[in-house]
Design a protein around this ligand. Structure first.
Ligand code: SAM
Length: 494
């Protein structure tokens, strides 16, 4: 990958937004005194500055790392991946680039999403494994695989026509009605409810599992389109027709019927079949459903050469809320929602500590205790947590303190497991964003790279995107405009 080496003065711009530092052309390592002495809240930044100084020569701004490459946008016209808008994904082109750097035949993604890494690696002739906790991701990856390997164009065309006829005039089994949970109630018109029930009845009656997977997936990708709600960043916004009282801000206008939205999707899938067979035909990746915190345990030592992954960011984003409609469609009830929310890597204010649970999974091993000690001893993390604790009363939600501690603890466990399953000389590439709470930056890239170095990797490079992420308007009002780094880290197993 061609890397535009960038003067450190530029890289500094991405750290805490200090204007003073932009002007210096000397590496921070050589001139630590030029860092601001105090944090926006009056606390110390020395531990973070020290950590930055340690990694400064390895942070590069890579002008080729565009948002398009690092986000799902790059997949918008890619057959297979374009069937579902999974905004949390990265592009197949990014995976290709990183695989060309990492090489090796055995590829893993422990946070697999819709399987971009696993499917791209498989297509490149590698043996690939993905672990994903949300059934949505594996259903999408499974549908792409099913189209590539198990389904003929004729079978899908015929079944699609029968499904669309059934939606128009078939029976609806009472048991197949959309299984609403609190956060999905009011999402559909009566007509849409009826059509969804008919579609679910038809799919439940299919014996061909490949076909059932693809049709269920196709329905799942259009239920938002036919609903009174829409994903909007962290939340769902609601059209007043949903009957929700605080829902006046979204006007979705005339909605398509399920039949018409589904027909468009199925036509797209059918049109993509030859391309998907060409690119993804052949060995399918292994897609493991479950949490990588438990599933990585079952993988053999040294079993992989390259990991390409993007964990959830520590930014309060709640996958279970964003994908509430899809999860309910797949049968998640209130209990299952709660369970999934807690089992996901901690990134929301609702997550509780998993330390006890991890101790059980890892059988109270010494190495786990050492991982917890490593997290607790991390000076940069402690610095952020101390400041946030001192300002707990001013935080919008004081659980962000727990969020950060849980996030770094769980990521440390994941990194330790990666150090076990990646063979010596193997590579880890990780896409992640830094975060900022109450004006305090948690340099996720530096803290995780520090963990990685303590756990058996060498951090080779932290590639930063040319443009970081702006802070929220609330934080901007209080602390001024500050960009935080969006990065791809490259670690090599020693
Ligand atoms: C940033 S997305 C990765 C998207 C992926 N790179 C792609 O292209 O589709 C993070 C993923 O991690 C998953 N996840 C969260 N906690 C997990 C856990 N404990 N184990 C496995 N996957 C998890 C989320 O459901 C989400 O799909």
């Amino acid at each position: 990958m061609p890397i535009a080496v960038v003067p450190l003065s530029e890289a500094h711009r991405h750290f805490k937004g200090s204007k003073k530092v932009i002007q210096t052309t000397l590496p921070l390592a050589a001139k630590p005194a030029s860092r601001p002495a105090l944090s926006p809240n009056g606390g110390s930044t020395s531990a973070r500055n020290e950590l930055f100084a340690r990694f400064a020569s390895r942070i590069r701004i890579d002008y080729d790392l565009t948002r398009r490459l690092v986000s799902y946008q790059g997949n918008k016209s890619t057959p297979g991946f374009r069937w579902m808008k999974y905004k949390e994904g990265f592009s197949t082109r990014l995976v290709e680039r990183l695989l060309n750097i990492g090489g090796g035949d055995r590829v893993l993604d422990p946070f697999s999403g819709i399987g971009t890494t696993a499917l791209t690696a498989s297509r490149m002739g590698k043996s690939a494994t993905g672990i994903e906790i949300m059934p949505i991701g594996n259903l999408a990856a499974g549908a792409i695989s099913a189209v590539a390997n198990g389904l003929s164009s004729g079978t899908l065309t015929d079944a699609s026509a029968r499904l669309l006829r059934h939606i128009e005039s078939g029976e609806a089994d009472e048991k197949r009605r959309f299984p609403h949970v609190r956060i999905t109630r009011g999402a559909f018109s009566q007509q849409a409810e009826e059509e969804i029930a008919r579609a679910r009845t038809f799919i439940a009656g299919l014996s061909d599992t490949f076909l059932a997977t693809v049709l269920e997936f196709a329905c799942m990708t259009v239920i938002e389109e036919v609903s009174y709600t829409r994903k909007d960043g962290q939340y769902l916004r609601w059209d007043p027709r949903s009957g929700r009282t605080n829902s006046t801000r979204l006007d979705k206008g005339p909605l398509p019927t399920l039949g018409s939205a589904l027909k468009r999707r199925l036509d797209q899938i059918i049109a993509d079949i030859p391309a998907v067979k060409r690119t993804h035909g052949g060995p399918s990746p292994e897609l493991i459903g479950g949490s990588c915190l438990t599933e990585l345990r079952n993988l053999e030592e040294g079993a992989f050469d390259t990991v390409i992954t993007s964990p959830p960011y520590a930014n309060r984003y709640d996958y279970t809320r964003t994908y509430a409609l899809e999860l309910a469609f797949l049968g998640y009830d209130e209990q299952a929602f709660k369970g999934l929310r807690q089992a996901l890597l901690s990134a929301t204010v609702e997550n509780r500590s998993k330390r006890d649970e991890l101790s059980e999974i890892y059988g109270g091993s010494d190495s786990l205790s050492r991982i917890f000690e490593m997290v607790d001893a991390n000076a940069a993390l402690a610095e952020v947590l101390t400041i946030l604790r001192a300002h707990a009363d001013e935080l919008g939600n004081r659980n962000v303190i727990g969020l950060l501690l849980h996030y770094f603890t769980e990521m440390a466990v994941v990194i330790a497991e990666l150090a076990r399953v990646v063979a010596p000389g193997g590579h880890v590439f990780m896409v992640n964003d830094n975060v900022r709470y109450h004006g305090e930056e948690a340099p996720v890239d530096l803290i995780l790279s520090d963990f990685a170095e303590q756990l058996g990797f060498r951090c080779k490079t932290i590639w930063a995107l040319p443009r970081g992420k702006g802070n929220s308007s609330q934080q901007m009002g209080r602390f001024g405009r500050q960009e935080i780094r969006k990065c791809v880290y490259h670690w090599q197993r020693m």
